[in-house]
Design a protein around this ligand. Structure first.
Ligand SMILES: CC(C)(COP(=O)(O)OP(=O)(O)OC[C@H]1O[C@@H](n2cnc3c(N)ncnc32)[C@H](O)[C@@H]1OP(=O)(O)O)[C@@H](O)C(=O)NCCC(=O)NCCS
Length: 139
């Protein structure tokens, strides 16, 4: 596990092997982070709530930019806030495609292998690339 940030902000109950948590990242109590997870908050804050599951190989990036190697396109940076009790499926990615902050509403599910590029309301089930709402976790 590599954590390069203020570790007092990481209250996860578990972080698996080979996961990287970089920059300004906050993780709430009771949240479980699997293996090979990458969370990057070097450009903008990434806040993950309490009692979330961040499954293996998922990725949460505060930027979507390729200006370092090829100067084309806009510099895209966005803060990311994930509410409490969110489940992020295996290999899902949260990557902004504009500078609007991304908010994943509490009690939402992001399906395995999905790509989320914008905010999602609370209690959403979202799947696919790009992710679309296909259901609700509200009973
Ligand atoms: C998102 C998820 C929870 C949905 O489960 P569900 O409510 O039982 O949904 P269903 O399996 O009935 O699928 C509903 C529709 O969404 C599609 N779908 C489900 N998950 C999908 C995904 N991850 N990506 C793309 N499409 C997906 C299904 O193909 C189905 O489409 P259809 O209506 O056209 O047939 C589940 O598919 C998932 O991705 N779970 C994550 C598992 C995981 O990563 N676990 C980590 C290890 S702990």
């Amino acid at each position: 596990m590599i954590i390069s940030s203020n570790t007092s902000k990481i209250k996860a109950r578990y972080v698996g092997d080979y996961s990287k948590i970089l920059g300004d990242v906050t993780i709430g109590e009771g949240t479980w982070v699997g293996s090979w997870v990458e969370i990057q908050g070097q450009n903008a804050p990434v806040k993950i709530g309490k009692s979330c599951d961040i499954s293996d190989m998922s990725m949460i990036l505060d930027h979507s930019t390729h200006l370092r190697c090829v100067e084309i396109g806009d510099k895209i940076i966005a803060s990311i806030t994930i509410g409490d009790h969110v489940f992020i499926g295996s290999s899902a990615k949260i990557i902004p495609n504009n500078n609007d902050p991304i908010e994943i509403g509490h009690h939402s599910i992001i399906g395995a292998f999905s790509l989320v590029q914008k905010s999602v309301p609370p209690y959403s089930i979202v799947v696919g690339i790009p992710a679309k709402i296909v259901g609700s976790t509200k009973k």
